[in-house]
Write a protein that binds this ligand. Sequence first.
Ligand code: ZN
Ligand code: ZN
Length: 534
Amino acid sequence: MAGATKPEASTAAELWPREEARRLAERVAAYAPSRPVIFQSGFGPSGLPHLGTMAEILRPSFVRKAFHLLEPSRPSRLIVFIDDLDGLRKVPENVPNREATQQYLGVPVSKIPDPFGCCASFADHMIGLLGGFLAPVEVEYELKRASEMYSSGQFDEGLKLILDKRAEIIAIIAPTLREENRAGWSPFMPICPKCGQVVERSVTAYHPERRAIEFTCEKSAGGTRGCGFSGEQSVLGGKAKVQWKVDWALRWYVLKVDYELYGKDLTDSARLSGQILRVMGARAPLGFPFEMFLDEEGHKVSKSVGRGVTVDQWTRYAPIEVLKYFLLLNPRRARKLFLEAIPQYVDEYLDAVREYAAASAEQRRESILEYVIQSTTPRRFNSALSFGLMMNLVAALGSSDRDFIWNYIVRYDPSIAGDAETEKMGRALMECALNFYRDFIEPTKQPYTPSDAERGQLITLVAWLRENQNASAEEIEKRIYDLGRENYDKPGKIFPLLYRSILGQQRGPRLGAFIRLATPARIVELIDATLARA
Ligand SMILES: [Zn+2]
Ligand SMILES: [Zn+2]
């Protein structure tokens, strides 16, 4: 596919979750045997879940899997923390009724009506989407909502500590702010009882003995529209939230988080949150910043704009296991992800499945497929057919009749129907190939009109194919090279003519195997149609 970079090999030796699991085992070695290891991941319900969200939840789950292979008896939990008390800063571009939602800027997303009109709140809709979005990848996790953690009092111990240590926390954060923002910065953001907004830089006095703060919801406070309320309020029980970097430290503290991965854009936040956590008397979790996904133009994929590849698209063009496989690749490397690159990952995944099927039980434990395979995943693919070749077959047949295409495939390689698992995978790949062909290849097909010299070459090939209907892939390949050598200074120069004449495209698969698969008879029909065009 044009512009796609070659996928990197992902061998067992460079499996990063295993390295992470080893570090984690060292960290928790002194824990009581029954104390669970806590993995955390965050989801901000102020926008729709996207592929980055999937990465943030699946990647720690891979480390968790590696950890269990290492220490099978130690319990663990993967917490997905939902910050639904976050005040909405910007209405995402990809939600309906944007104007109606605009009036709730600054209000926690758990208190904003659902713009889609179906759920209890904006946050509830996004959380519902997250659940549906994670269902096909069979990942085990538990949700914790900020609104519940704060209002139920589960965060209170940590909040008291933050109130007591506020001077040290301010000393960590203030120097990182622009000078004009330093004065009046507070770890606490009260939730205004009158207008419901989460009010920043509003605290005017602290009363630690009463666990309370004084604040003013100023009418012109930094961009949000305050209501003018002024008064004293508890910092406990959900009446106040803490600023983001303090909030992250608070989660780590209260939930006793051992492991968290985060996007590279949060590197500074993670460092500062770790410092705050030390002030609170705890140890920062393990983890590292991962690189972001970039879209085809090299822009960062963001939840508010929703560019890039969606999970729905993945499952339309590739088995879901291929997405998990992709997310297992080294996360310290930035990756451009666009749909045209997916078929290469499918073929790399099929290689991994073939290796897995041939491996011993011992070797399988070391296989990367251990991280990818799901309850319904076919565990073997006893065919040498590639996804790329299957897509080209779909293109050559120009039909979406499943039985018709399947019969072609089975005639070429009977082993694809030789056992139930291989056939299941084969049929799934055929569906994906049909979707990919219909969406991307068919619209770019261009009928080609050959020159007189080219017509001569095509007529020679057609005549040979008619006489050699049973030729092997190698014999066909050799005849094409000979024909290239007879007509060009380099034999490969005949390929573009053949791809244009057979597929209506500039590029294509290895022709010997492809013509064998599509059958010489079908290729003759396609070339005849091109010849008839002149
Ligand atoms: Zn809804
Ligand atoms: Zn207010």
